[in-house]
Design a protein around this ligand. Structure first.
Ligand SMILES: CC(C)(COP(=O)(O)OP(=O)(O)OC[C@H]1O[C@@H](n2cnc3c(N)ncnc32)[C@H](O)[C@@H]1OP(=O)(O)O)[C@@H](O)C(=O)NCCC(=O)NCCS
Length: 475
């Protein structure tokens, strides 16, 4: 049923894209927009089959177009956090400033239509997105079920990981506990062991694939342990082997409302990947370019995700909205909101959940969460405030005069949805983001090794160097 729905949507998408010189091809997707007719459900074999042609494609790019310029580097770019500087190869997704993210050529609404869900009209299963990111192909229901099963069979957390986390005080930030757990898991890295034994470069991707699936599979146990340790007196909940990845994670956290299971599937799906330049993805890619294994690479990504300008913003948003309610009450007026926003800005803080390094319009990840809220919790008082903020914040940020994108990002919405279903501990939210981000990051790391991408080593310069260079250019 889902597959049939997927095929008809894909037919429409295919013909539209064919007319537009295929957006999918323009993002370099791997055989994207194909539904498989075969009964093949082995992800490893699927990737293995794709590797030679993708290696060939990269080789051709280098030999035929290696000297083609991709843009100019300006002083502003170097001083401005490399904004707009094209400098990374990232196959799994591409971000358009106006349109938002596309996963292997598919927008979020398209993914919601074509990726299998737990129910016919339900949200996509994150396992389906993992398949899509890794292969560029929309998986069948059977393939997604097989991957779900595979992840369940790999889901395990050695005892020493619990003991390592238990050595931290309960007051340690959930992200600190989570990342410490990932580092403790690293002792089981198959890549590291294979490298020590002298594995050939051509096979690097295989233990990277193994580590990635092991890590993705273990994260819900690890993340739910951190949650239950901090907020539920350490009483853990066993996995439910009949549930898919997202639903089981929600179950292990302690939330079994079917709507919350749907929210978790959606949440994990949309937070997976946001092309390669964001702090967490770029960090993992950089660290992994030194041939650090997926555990080391992902742990470093989590440390970036834990920053308030990146993944911590979802925590900040809910806390900020709750501070609005404390100050102005739930029925806050537009005028009161405007004043509160100015108060935040005048105290030297940012308005969390608004603005973006690349996006210049409302984040489609925000929009799909808003649709979820309209469908499942239209009367939630905090959702009402999120809606009012949409009407007020962009005007205020525009008035401020320096903000390049006054529109809401993904974090403006996620907190109130989670809060509605009882997951109200905002400090924990970035851990959920981390569980999801692992899927995107590891998908790319596997391709980094399959394509044999080199050590990342950009050139840096001093202010003096730039000053002298500018003098030379001017003379
Ligand atoms: C996401 C973010 C870090 C992007 O930063 P950026 O690429 O430097 O954004 P801009 O180029 O628009 O920044 C220009 C100026 O506007 C400010 N600005 C941007 N977004 C702002 C916001 N939401 N509230 C207040 N000021 C903001 C910046 O701090 C910067 O000020 P400065 O010149 O005094 O340093 C920024 O928009 C932000 O801090 N947002 C709030 C935190 C957040 O939601 N993060 C999650 C991102 S998914």
């Amino acid at each position: 049923m889902v597959l049939m729905r997927g095929i008809s949507v894909l037919t429409k998408i295919r013909s539209r894209l064919a007319n537009q010189a295929t957006a999918a091809a323009s993002v370099g997707s791997v055989r994207s927009l194909q539904i498989l007719s075969s009964s093949e459900t082995d992800l490893y074999s699927e990737i293995k089959e794709l590797i030679p042609e993708q290696q060939e494609r990269l080789k051709k790019l280098k030999s035929e177009h290696g000297k083609v310029q991709l843009g100019n580097i300006t002083v502003d770019m170097v001083l401005g956090g490399m904004r707009g500087m094209t400098g990374l190869l990232w196959e799994t997704s591409l971000l358009d400033p106006d349109e938002g993210i596309r996963f292997r050529g598919l927008s979020i609404p398209e993914c919601q239509k074509v990726l299998p869900g737990a129910h016919p009209e339900g949200e996509p299963l994150p396992e389906g997105l993992l398949w899509l990111l890794l292969t560029g192909k929309v998986p069948s229901k059977n393939q997604v079920e097989a991957l779900s099963k595979e992840l369940r069979s790999r889901a395990a957390l050695p005892d020493h990981v619990y003991r390592t986390i238990d050595a931290l005080p309960l007051t340690a930030h959930p992200m600190t506990q989570f990342t410490t757990g990932v580092m403790a898991l690293q002792v089981q890295s198959k890549f590291q062991k294979a490298y020590e034994k002298g594995i050939s470069k051509a096979k690097f991707w295989e233990p990277t694939f193994e580590d990635s699936l092991d890590l993705i599979a273990a994260l819900p146990i690890l993340a739910s342990y951190v949650y239950r340790r901090i907020y539920k007196d350490g009483s853990t909940i066993s996995a439910n082997k009949s549930l898919d990845y997202g639903a089981n994670f929600s179950h292990m956290l302690g939330f079994d409302d079917p709507k919350m299971l749907e929210l978790m599937r959606l949440y994990i799906t949309i937070h997976t990947d946001h092309e390669g330049g964001n702090v967490s993805a770029h960090t993992a890619h950089l660290v992994s370019s030194a041939l650090s294994d997926p555990y080391l690479s992902f742990a470093s990504a989590l440390n970036g995700l834990a920053g308030p300008l990146h993944g911590l913003a979802n925590q900040e948003v809910l806390l900020w909205i709750k501070s609005v309610v404390e100050d102005c009450g739930e029925n806050v007026s537009t005028e009161q909101l405007r004043e509160y926003i100015w108060k935040t800005l005048n105290s030297g803080k940012v308005v969390p959940g608004f603005g973006h390094g690349v996006l210049r319009k409302t984040d489609p990840r925000y929009s799909c969460q808003r649709e979820f809220a309209l469908k499942h919790l239209p009367d939630d008082p905090l959702f009402q405030i999120v809606s009012k903020l949409y009407d007020v914040v962009p005007d205020v940020l525009t008035e401020l005069g320096k903000v390049k994108n006054p529109w809401p990002n993904v974090d403006a919405h996620s907190g109130v949805l989670l809060n509605h279903f009882g997951l109200s501990e905002a400090r924990y939210y970035t851990v959920l983001f981390g569980v999801s981000r692992c899927i995107g990051i590891c998908s790319q790391l596997i391709w980094d090794r399959a394509l044999g991408l080199p050590l990342e080593r950009p050139k840096s310069v001093t202010m003096e160097w730039i000053e002298n260079h500018c003098k030379k250019v001017a003379s």
